[in-house]
Design a protein around this ligand. Structure first.
Ligand SMILES: Cc1ncc(COP(=O)(O)O)c(C=O)c1O
Length: 360
């Protein structure tokens, strides 16, 4: 992982829209990149706070020594509130019921809340129709409410009409809260795409994940100079010459059509390299790409090369390239799997970072 490029991405992002603060989203182990090193690098670059999905993700970061504010998107059970308080965590209010649970509890000072408003994402937050009925509980918690947030569902699509509708609903709800005397310091509705496409209105912050990791597919992302930071490599553990007719892997789904060099790499689906890439993906080696042959197994996969290519145990091959144009980039791998880059990187297992992820 290239932490210098991560910091450059962060700095480029900050330049896009002067004045709007960036809250890095480091949930799911920073989308598979490694939450602790990512957060450490971004703190040094001036990040003022972070977002995660679960209590445990927040506690892991505290354990690692992160002192900056951390906002937890997901819900906690009431018995977990004291742990959140003791660790100075901020909680997103995921529903009207959750708000009432929080109001019934008597938090002390070190406890922040961000009112999440469901402006059209339809999965989390207070429904706008319920906001009026929540005002009493909101007043009760007023001193603790640090932010108001929402979430775009379609800010990365060519048609931004629904994003515009969500934006207007958010502004309407903010006005309703202002009329009720609530003006929290932080206002944030945008994710990476919403931020890059200028859908921040008068917000103070934007919550950016994918753009920081350089994996947003938007033209705006390229224009802003954002680049991928993750490269996944694995080591050759066995290099052999095989005759035509040799079967490879579970189910013998690959039979060598001619004499070949066969490399076994120490990465498999338990590391997050999808089994669905069996007999479909390529890996990079010394400036060329070669096919993954046979089924990807739990800890290993196999690559076929012409028998003229010299390979040795200890050589490294690139499974996910940082160059977006290469066939084995995260973007193109996601396309091959009919999914999105988020899923490809967040599936990477933590053991990958100890053993295979190269750093530069
Ligand atoms: C509530 C919330 N905010 C922000 C983000 C960051 O989104 P992105 O990675 O598209 O910037 C996410 C990610 O899914 C999210 O769930």
């Amino acid at each position: 992982m290239d932490l210098r490029q991560l910091v450059r991405n962060f700095q480029h992002l900050r330049r896009v829209s002067g004045g709007v603060g960036i809250l890095p989203v480091v949930k799911a182990n920073a989308y598979g990149h490694g939450a602790a090193p990512v957060a450490r690098a971004l703190v040094s670059a001036g990040a003022e706070g972070f977002c995660v999905a679960t209590l445990q993700e927040a506690l892991d970061l505290r354990e690692d020594g992160l002192l900056a504010p951390i906002l937890v998107f997901g819900s906690l059970r009431p018995e977990q509130f004291p742990v959140a308080e003791a660790n100075h965590l901020d909680l997103a209010v995921v529903s009207a019921d959750y708000l009432r649970e929080l109001a019934a509890w008597q938090p002390r000072a070190a406890f922040g809340l961000h009112l999440n408003l469901d402006t059209g994402m339809g999965r989390s937050g207070i429904l706008l129709d319920d906001l009026g009925a929540c005002l009493d509980a909101i007043h009760h918690l007023q001193g603790r409410i640090r932010g108001v947030m929402g979430h775009f569902s379609a800010s990365d699509e060519p048609d931004l009409r629904f994003a515009g509708i969500q934006r207007r609903r958010f502004e309407g709800a903010l006005a309703q809260l202002r009329d009720a005397g609530l003006t929290p310091p932080m206002i944030h509705h945008a994710n990476s795409a919403g931020y890059l496409r200028g859908l921040t209105g008068g917000d103070t912050h934007a919550r950016c994940g994918i753009a920081l990791y350089g994996l947003s597919d938007l033209g705006e992302s390229e224009a802003a100079g954002l680049k991928p930071i993750l490269e996944l490599t694995a080591e050759v553990t066995r290099a052999v010459r095989i005759p035509a007719g040799t079967t490879v892997g579970y189910g013998s789904t690959y039979v060598a059509p001619r004499p070949l060099a066969l490399a076994t790499l120490n990465c498999g689906y338990a590391d997050g390299y999808p089994r669905a890439l069996s007999n479909r993906a390529v890996v990079g080696f010394r400036g060329r790409t070669y096919p993954v042959v046979g089924k990807v197994s739990m800890d290993q996969l196999t690559v076929a090369l012409p028998d003229t290519v010299l390979i040795r145990p200890g050589d490294r091959m690139t499974l996910l390239s940082r160059n977006p144009e290469e066939p084995h980039s995260v973007r193109n791998t996601a396309r091959l799997l009919s999914t999105i880059p988020y899923e490809v990187t967040s599936a990477l297992n933590r053991r990958v970072h100890h053993d295979h992820a190269s750093s530069s």
